[in-house]
Design a protein around this ligand. Structure first.
Ligand SMILES: Nc1ncnc2c1ncn2[C@@H]1O[C@H](COP(=O)(O)OP(=O)(O)O)[C@@H](O)[C@H]1O
Ligand SMILES: [Mg+2]
Length: 338
């Protein structure tokens, strides 16, 4: 029943350490965008609180950096319960899971990131725990070993995964609530950037914030990372004022073009153009540009699709026909892309 790896434990109202260096929303009001999802979760939290019950088990799915962990932390704050955070692959033995579950106080939240990557026996411990708040523990060894069925305090499991399809059916069916996080609009990202800039004491116009937002691929984590780099530039050049010129120069220095495309996006487009616009299978494309296929699928492709550079077909990824014509012309004209 002992875990040999420390589990990150957050006591009530305690924020992660990085919170000192950047702004992290601590309440639903500070969590910008994702309006519909927020409204639903607020309602569920409120209703559970009125009943004095734990929130139903919740599965959050969506690409990395969209705010899943942040939402779990906010829910713990709102419900005034403790939260334990761990990662699916980190839980190697059933004993790890049993120890973790037994350490929960009534109504606590157990947040498991990358929940689709748990070992099957560990996952199986969760089934009974989620449904009946009980776990089976084997005591003793050999012929004298006995199985004891132990009660647990009622808790809420919040699972996060990048793809719901990767979760096993028995686990998926035990979540009362399943919600998807979508990529953010540029306007929502603009608000998130301005919120962070204020916290970082950085002067930034709404127009400049929108410029950064346009390069953030619909993802708050990327938006905030870009903002911190812009702040580095501002710090060196003129204290804490990020003028629009400075923002443009910083983005340029980071290898991001005015459309928000990085060097790897360029490489992907170039490869496709060189292969007559495609179609190319994901794995082929990934090996041609030297990036892992999951990263291409989760980080690069969605933005390129939104920008109209790529479309998915049953035969692979390809450049839409009209776009290909302009790109070939650009290639002959030796534009910046080639
Ligand atoms: N809706 C939001 N409003 C403001 N900041 C956000 C929002 N969603 C995410 N963030 C910020 O973006 C970063 C990534 O969020 P995180 O919760 O770690 O994403 P995920 O768990 O989905 O990978 C964090 O710094 C977080 O504070
Ligand atoms: Mg996370």
């Amino acid at each position: 029943m002992e875990t040999d790896k420390p589990l990150m434990t957050l006591a009530l109202h305690e924020a992660p350490e990085e919170a000192t260096y950047d702004f992290h929303p601590k309440a639903f009001e500070e969590y910008l965008g994702q309006k519909e999802l927020k409204t639903k979760l607020q309602l569920y939290c409120h209703a559970a609180q009125l009943r004095g019950e734990p929130l139903d088990h919740l599965l959050l799915f969506g690409p990395p950096g969209l705010g899943k962990t942040t939402l779990a932390l906010i829910m713990a704050q709102v419900m005034r319960v403790g939260i334990k955070i761990c990662n699916g692959p980190m839980l190697e033995r059933t004993g790890d899971m049993v120890a973790l579950l037994s350490s929960l106080e009534p109504r606590d939240i157990l947040f498991i990131d990358e929940i689709h990557r748990m070992a099957t026996p560990v996952e199986e411990v969760l089934y009974n725990a989620m449904e009946h708040f009980r776990v089976d523990v084997i005591v003793g060894q050999g012929p004298g070993a006995k199985s004891i069925n132990l009660p647990l305090h009622p808790f809420t499991l919040v699972g996060a995964t990048t793809k719901s399809g990767m979760l096993s059916a028995p686990l998926q069916s035990r979540f009362g609530i399943s919600e998807r996080l979508d990529y953010y609009s540029d306007e929502d990202l603009q608000a998130i950037i301005l919120q962070s800039a204020q916290f970082l004491n950085l002067k930034l116009s709404p127009e400049s914030a929108l410029r950064i937002a346009g390069c953030a691929r619909g993802t708050p984590r990327i938006a905030k990372k870009l903002l911190r780099r812009v702040r580095d530039f501002a710090q060196i050049h003129n204290q804490n004022h990020a003028t629009d010129i400075l923002v443009q120069e910083s983005l340029n220095f980071l290898g991001i073009d005015p459309e928000g495309l990085t060097q790897l996006d360029h490489k992907i487009i170039k490869m496709l153009v060189e292969h007559n616009g495609g179609p190319l299978g994901l794995e082929t494309l990934a090996s041609l540009v030297g990036e892992d296929s999951q990263t291409i699928e989760e980080v690069y492709e969605p933005f390129l699709m939104r920008k109209g550079f790529i479309e998915r077909t049953p035969r692979g990824r390809q450049i839409p026909h009209k776009r290909l014509q302009t790109l070939i012309l650009q290639k002959t004209g030796q534009s910046a892309l080639f």
